[in-house]
Design a protein around this ligand. Structure first.
Ligand SMILES: Cc1cc2nc3c(=O)[nH]c(=O)nc-3n(C[C@H](O)[C@H](O)[C@H](O)COP(=O)(O)OP(=O)(O)OC[C@H]3O[C@@H](n4cnc5c(N)ncnc54)[C@H](O)[C@@H]3O)c2cc1C
Ligand code: SF4
Ligand code: SF4
Length: 383
């Protein structure tokens, strides 16, 4: 159902209700939607926020907004009734109170059949397998993903996650695996626009996967059109980049240049180049939780076509939540062609139960003073 009331909200309302209220996740939806290019993005540690580039009306107002431009609020997946609108757009109904992890069709465990994809992937390598398969079958012509920032040496990274456009197997695999700091993958759309790509997949944490459905519902115009496939990463938080210096190095003497892999499975796991393995208690890491995550209510990437996670009893399978018909068609076809292996989600009921529990936990962070819908169902659960 499309919005019928006249939508008049501009940067001024976004600034007051989302950016300075603590709801802003730093997803950069507003940045890519702005037709006048007057919204910048601060990537620095402690920031990850949009800001207005024109100074004449101060930080909190926009001259184009005063003349009627509303694109930024139309694109923001934390503005007003974003959850119901995105639900209605994708599923033609809002989620029920008992649907803590959002609306979905199927839950599976999957992994890439190709050994290289599987090994480079964080869990089962499903996300990379989908991107490669969709690129090779021309379902998409590019994917908005995340890479590690280039450094002078091929083997050494500074672990700075940055948005990156992937257009082939090699560039997809260059981004495989998870970094637990923030990358506003949406911003890779600038390179896709330069290349005139028309059919994109967006890979992103939960906050980023609501951008497309909210934009489409609120009719933002051409900014939302190229995003055709939405792949979500389950997420309870991401960390500020300063965690590398202030905790891993300062307290544990672990230089980021020597880290080769990291994961979160109850603890923060870090593998080093010399084969050493370290576990750091997550409670110690809490202080470095990125500010934008503190009020985030969406653990399960509820508005993706396919949401993916690493919870469960087996490390090398991806928990796969299929939400839309498009998501189902892609997974079915990939299974049929043997590109991925799959087994029923019911074979690991603990993983599904944990997803619902973590989803409820994230919803409880959404503040009482904001739109009530994301907290809906919490009381029912508690009772
Ligand atoms: C910050 C973060 C927090 C997460 N928290 C959880 C959690 O609490 N519970 C859970 O079950 N799963 C969580 N995940 C998801 C999980 O780590 C895997 O990404 C997911 O299971 C897919 O695995 P895969 O092997 O299929 O993906 P892969 O084939 O490894 O592909 C992963 C994709 O994620 C992209 N990516 C990697 N890091 C980032 C980043 N920082 N920002 C944006 N995109 C990125 C890559 O570019 C790649 O396209 C989290 C992921 C991230 C990035
Ligand atoms: S949540 Fe995203 S779209 Fe909304 S103000 Fe923040 S960066 Fe912009
Ligand atoms: S918790 Fe994850 S999904 Fe939510 S704002 Fe933080 S990074 Fe985004």
């Amino acid at each position: 159902m499309a919005t019928t009331k006249k939508w008049t909200f501009q940067w001024k309302e976004l600034y007051d209700e989302v950016i300075t209220s603590g709801l802003c996740t730093g997803c950069a939806g507003c940045v890519i939607a702005c037709p006048h290019d007057v919204i910048g993005y601060e990537h620095a540690p402690g920031a990850y926020k949009p800001f207005h580039l024109e100074e004449e009306l101060g930080l909190s107002d926009c001259g184009h907004g005063q003349k009627g431009c509303t694109s930024c609020t139309r694109a923001c997946p934390r503005f007003r009734d974003w959850e119901t609108e995105a639900d209605n757009h994708l599923f033609a109904r809002p989620r029920n109170d008992d649907e803590m992890s959002g609306i979905y069709k199927d839950v599976l465990l999957t992994r890439a059949s190709d050994d290289t994809v599987h090994q480079l992937g964080q869990d089962g390598g499903l996300v990379s397998a989908i991107l490669i398969w969709c690129l090779e079958n021309k379902i998409i012509d590019g994917a908005l993903t995340s890479h590690l920032e280039a450094s002078s040496s091929e083997d050494i990274t500074n672990w700075k996650a940055v948005p990156a456009l992937a257009t082939d197997r090699e560039s997809v695999l260059a981004g495989a695996g998870s970094r637990y700091t923030y990358s506003a993958n949406t911003l890779a759309i600038n390179e896709a626009r330069e290349k005139n790509l028309q059919s994109l997949a967006l890979v992103g944490m939960s906050c980023q996967t609501s951008i497309g459905p909210v934009m489409w519902h609120r009719r933002v115009g051409k900014a939302g059109k190229p995003i055709k496939l939405n792949i979500g990463l389950l997420c309870s938080k991401s960390f500020d980049d300063s965690i590398f210096e202030d905790l891993f190095w300062a307290k544990y003497g672990l230089p980021k240049e020597d880290m080769v892999k990291m994961n979160i499975k109850g603890v923060f796991q870090i593998w080093m180049r010399n084969g050493d393995y370290h576990e750091i208690n997550l409670k110690e890491c809490h202080e470095w939780t990125r500010e934008g995550c503190n009020h985030c209510p969406d653990f399960a990437a509820e508005h993706a076509d396919i949401s993916t996670g690493g919870i469960g009893e087996n490390n090398d399978w991806t928990l796969t939540i299929v939400r839309t018909e498009l998501g189902r068609q892609i997974i079915m076809k990939m299974l049929e062609e043997g590109i991925i292996e799959g087994r029923p989600g019911d074979s690991d009921p603990g993983a599904i139960a944990l997803m619902h529990k973590l989803s409820a936990k994230s919803r409880s962070r959404w503040p009482d003073w904001a739109n009530p819908q994301p907290r809906s169902g919490l009381e029912v659960r508690a009772g």
